[in-house]
Write a protein that binds this ligand. Structure first.
Ligand code: PEP
Ligand code: MG
Length: 824
């Protein structure tokens, strides 16, 4: 129901299934008549919550001359809808929106019917407001016409439902269980207040994390729950059940299911030996200039946008942590997320801004007040949770101040829980000798970045490493996954010796790096580089790369809140072309989605992001974004040797649509002659149907990172399935073989996945018919040296044998056993 004219309707609910069911019910009443209705509900399919940015987008998508009526469910849904109005930059658009106090189910039914009959916005809103009259009349309840009890009655009354529980958690009702409590009541139509009967503290609203934490409820304290409103009974029952489950906290010593990180780490992720003091990410001081405070609406919008950005970052990190280290670890972020959605806190900030404060000052004052309250609590564990408040508060302040990303305080080995692609990309690698991640995986984008810069990396090292003090000497071998903490001098000396040998070999490889890579029997293999920045392009040139086989354009503008325009993109591509000194650059169109979010491209959370709207799928859904990028690509191709390729293609129709978009973006001058057009083969379906794609292509590049995860159903970022995720599995080799056979004599086949720099893989890929290997810039000299050792005929024999084997392990043993092919 997204077409048709008239008033648009937006449903804001904590629950996506609930909103969808309400919509289905309303549709029944419409008998096929069209009304524009959009849902902004739940954080994802299963997580309760509302998101102001999503509400804003929903309003914009149904907006029109007749305006929009917004129906909301409880508490923060109302706040999110108000924030969404603030986010609508255009005052005229705000004027066209009515926030309705109607209940969403009854309200939606009557509002949809009224809108489908051509009612005005005022009429639709009035219908919705009166939605309960019929039921009230039937039940002979007088129409109070007053606010709903849930909103109008903050104090205890005799009719409240009351319950009591004793806190059993060893650290009391600290931030995480408190966050769990708040989220439990957040989805219910009830006003709930809590009192600490043991200390006499309270009552405080249960919907506010900042207030609940001030109860100081420690282990053994008795807490009273009082609830009013339609779902008061459920609220009390839910909270009592939750308390009986210790707020879903796992008690220390209780067996938990083994998480991925506890069973598989540490894992090697980027080869090389690093020796140095342990360093953590530290935040540079935040410098806020608030000499000029904007008008309150603008300042408030800044807060809302900053909070939304930080929330997206934390949600991303939470999802990564959950996949890689399990739910218990990931739950650490829940308290942060709940704080960012705290209606009381946000209302305080807004009030201060309305009184004339700037965004950053208002935010800081309110956060400091909460931090102070928490620091003053008598329980030491709770006091320490004040650090959570400070961390989240600082994150928002950084965004408000446009502050630089976190960096290690001095040169050494960086130790962190994990790195998002944005954090990794922003690292000043000159200060980073090596990296150890407590979680993380070898095929994540952080690992790809580390390899591209030649930084030794060990992932899934386990959380104990996070407790090692700053400055402690570490020895890290990114090729084996060893991490030595405060090692004996003998261990240090041994690793220094090995590092020196590796450096000698690298110097030899570098000497020959600018020469072509020709096999012993005379076949030239193009050894290209994968890039994510202009700095990478410089490294690629210095490392002797023959061209850039993959420019991950999604990494070029990672730190931005708004999309780059055509001129900015063209400038960045031109800088890459210049750094490559005339060598061809293959620009891949935006590959967003999966584990790569883009701050300026907010996307709804998906249950299976790697199987969702990513790569070309997303680009085709955002035609303006794709057109601008292809326009910039064409402009670049008129000045420098350029190729373009599309990621995550699964159907020929997608490729055709992309090619049409290219023609449209090229404009009257036409698609530049020298622009070669290719696609990534990352989806098994694309590999198997390659014949149908070839007529539309000048080249293909096999993305073995994704091809492996899709072929083996083993997520690339999940260390729990790292043992399955191996691109040398015969299944993946068969897909590569199929593509090479079909393409032989027609188009060139490249491989740009990480396996292209794997010593064992190079002879196999060459044997299957791959003639371009695109690898991290740092790996170029070693891959060229590897190619020069090979004989293509011998590689073909080995590759054929590999196709008949059972496992990646067998394939690796086969290569190692061949005279002259064993990895160096
Ligand atoms: C791949 O999937 O192999 C690839 C090169 O693309 P990315 O790693 O950027 O997904
Ligand atoms: Mg890929």
């Amino acid at each position: 129901m997204t077409t048709g004219q008239g008033v648009g309707i937006v449903v804001v609910s904590h629950s996506r299934p609930l909103a969808r069911a309400a919509l289905a019910l309303a549709s029944e009443m419409l008998h096929g008549r069209q009304v524009r209705i959009e849902l902004a509900a739940g954080l994802d399919e299963a997580t309760f919550g509302t998101d102001a940015v999503r509400v804003k987008e929903a309003i914009q998508s149904v907006d029109g001359p007749e305006g929009v009526v917004v129906l909301m469910d409880l508490g923060s849904a109302v706040l999110s809808a108000e924030l969404a109005l603030d986010l609508l930059g255009d005052p005229a658009a705000r004027e066209r929106v009515t926030l309705s106090a109607a209940p969403i189910v009854e309200g939606l039914v009557v509002a949809a019917v009224a809108a489908s009959g051509g009612a005005t916005r005022a009429e639709v809103a009035a219908e919705a407001r009166n939605a309960l009259l019929g039921k009230a009349a039937h039940l002979s309840v007088p129409d109070e016409g007053a606010p709903t009890p849930a909103l109008a009655r903050p104090a205890p009354t005799d009719s409240d439902v009351v319950g009591r529980f004793t806190v059993a958690n060893s650290h009391g009702l600290h931030a995480r269980p408190a966050a769990r409590l708040v989220s439990e009541v957040g989805g219910l139509d009830a006003t709930v207040i809590l009192t600490n009967l043991t200390t006499g503290t309270g009552p405080v609203p249960a919907a506010s994390l900042s207030r609940v934490a001030t109860l100081g409820a420690q282990q053994g304290h008795e807490v009273e729950i009082r609830a009013g409103g339609p779902q008061a009974q459920e609220a009390v029952e839910h909270l009592l059940a939750l308390a009986a489950r210790n707020f879903d906290e796992v008690a220390p010593g209780v067996d938990t299911p083994a998480t991925a990180s506890s069973t598989t780490g540490p894992l090697p992720a980027s080869p090389g030996i690093a020796i140095g003091p342990l360093r953590r990410l530290a935040a540079p001081p935040i410098e806020v200039d608030e000499t000029e405070v904007g008008d309150p609406a603008a300042e408030w919008r800044r807060v809302v946008e900053a909070v939304a950005e930080v929330r997206r970052d934390i949600e991303h990190l939470r999802a990564l942590t959950e996949r890689q280290a399990g739910e218990t670890e990931a739950a650490i972020f829940d308290a942060h997320l709940t704080l960012l959605a705290d209606a009381t806190l946000l209302a305080d900030v807004k009030q201060r801004i309305n009184e004339g404060m700037g965004a950053s000052a208002a935010w800081t004052v309110c956060l400091q007040a909460i931090e102070r309250e928490w620091s003053d609590l008598s329980d030491s564990y709770l006091r320490e949770r004040a650090a959570d408040v400070r961390a989240v508060g600082d994150q928002v302040r950084r965004v408000l101040a446009g502050a630089a990303a976190q960096q290690p305080a001095a040169e050494g080995i960086l130790v962190a829980r994990d790195l998002t692609p944005a954090q990794a990309a922003a690292l000043d690698m000159t200060a980073v000798r090596g990296i150890v991640l407590a979680a993380g995986s070898a095929s994540s984008h952080a690992a790809i970045l580390a390899r591209s810069r030649g930084i030794p990396l060990v992932v899934s090292a386990g959380r104990d490493v996070l407790g090692v003090p700053e400055g402690t000497l570490l020895v890290v071998d990114g090729g084996t996954g060893e991490v030595h903490v405060d090692p004996d001098p003998g261990v240090v000396a041994d690793h220094r010796r090995r590092a020196a040998l590796a450096a000698e070999r690298r110097a030899r490889d570098l000497d020959l790096a600018s020469e072509p890579a020709v096999t012993r029997d005379g076949t030239t293999i193009c050894v290209a580089a994968n890039l994510g920045s202009v700095a990478d392009a410089r490294s690629a040139f210095a490392a002797g790369a023959d061209e850039a086989g993959l420019v991950r354009t999604e990494f070029l503008f990672l730190g931005r809140g708004t999309p780059p325009d055509v001129a900015e993109q063209e400038e960045e591509y031109a800088a890459i072309a210049a750094a490559l000194g005339g060598r061809r650059a293959t620009l891949r169109t935006l590959d967003v989605g999966g584990d790569k979010p883009l701050p300026y491209l907010p996307m709804p959370a998906e249950a299976n992001p790697f199987l969702g709207v990513r790569g070309l799928r997303l680009a085709l859904e955002r035609p303006t974004l794709l057109r601008d990028q292809l326009d910039a690509v064409c402009r670049t191709a008129r000045r420098a040797p350029t190729s373009v390729m599309f990621p995550m293609v699964s159907t020929v129709a997608e490729l055709r649509a992309a090619r049409e978009a290219l023609v449209a973006a090229a404009g009257p001058d036409g698609v530049p002659d020298g622009l070669r057009v290719g696609m990534m083969v990352e989806v098994p379906a694309a590999a198997l149907k390659i014949e149908s794609f070839l007529p539309h292509l000048d080249f293909v590049s096999i993305g073995t990172n994704d091809l492996t995860q899709y072929a083996l159903a083993a997520e690339r970022g999940n260390p729990g399935v790292a043992a399955i995720f191996d691109a040398l599995d015969p299944a993946v080799l068969h897909l590569v073989d199929h593509v090479c056979q079909a393409a032989r004599g027609r188009v060139e086949v490249a491989v740009c996945g990480e396996v292209a720099s794997d010593d064992a893989a190079v002879p196999l890929l060459v044997g299957l018919g791959v003639r371009e290997l695109s690898v991290g810039p740092h790996a170029v000299p070693a891959v060229k040296a590897r190619v020069r050792e090979l004989d293509v005929e011998q590689c073909e024999v080995v590759a054929k044998q590999a196709l008949r084997l059972e496992s990646a392990q067998d394939v690796r043993e086969l290569v190692a056993g061949w005279e002259g092919l064993a990895p160096r």
